[in-house]
Design a protein around this ligand. Sequence first.
Ligand SMILES: [Zn+2]
Ligand SMILES: [Zn+2]
Length: 143
Amino acid sequence: MTEHQYSGSCFCGAVKFEVSGAPVGMGYCHCESCRHWSAGPVNAFTLWKPESVRVTRGSDSIGTYNKTPKSFRKWCRHCGGHLFTEHPPMGLIDVYAAVIGQLDFKPGVHVNYQETVLRMRDGLPKLRDMPAEMGGSGTALPE
Ligand SMILES: [Zn+2]
Ligand SMILES: [Zn+2]
């Protein structure tokens, strides 16, 4: 079976990784944590099972910070470039769409839209917080 494989790296290239298969989900998160951590108005996420993500270079250069037990944020200690966030309660890893080169990013949903600072009128569902199957309300908001 041939599997899709994508390579990614931090800003300086000291850390390299591969993701294989297909993401479990893709979309945009508008929460304050994502905005503050990324220093951007929105985070484009792609969620993968942990076994789909493999660090191929520079694993000793990866820094980790967890403000909460829900999110372990990873970056490169040399350049400060962000890599991914592990979400142990979900059993998934958010590999930022921006750091996976060739991935065809196809967002399906906006989450935590009640916190948005950048409205995006793209016709995709806008969830107040998180999908019901991920412990959220699943409530949709107007764009
Ligand atoms: Zn780096
Ligand atoms: Zn977020």
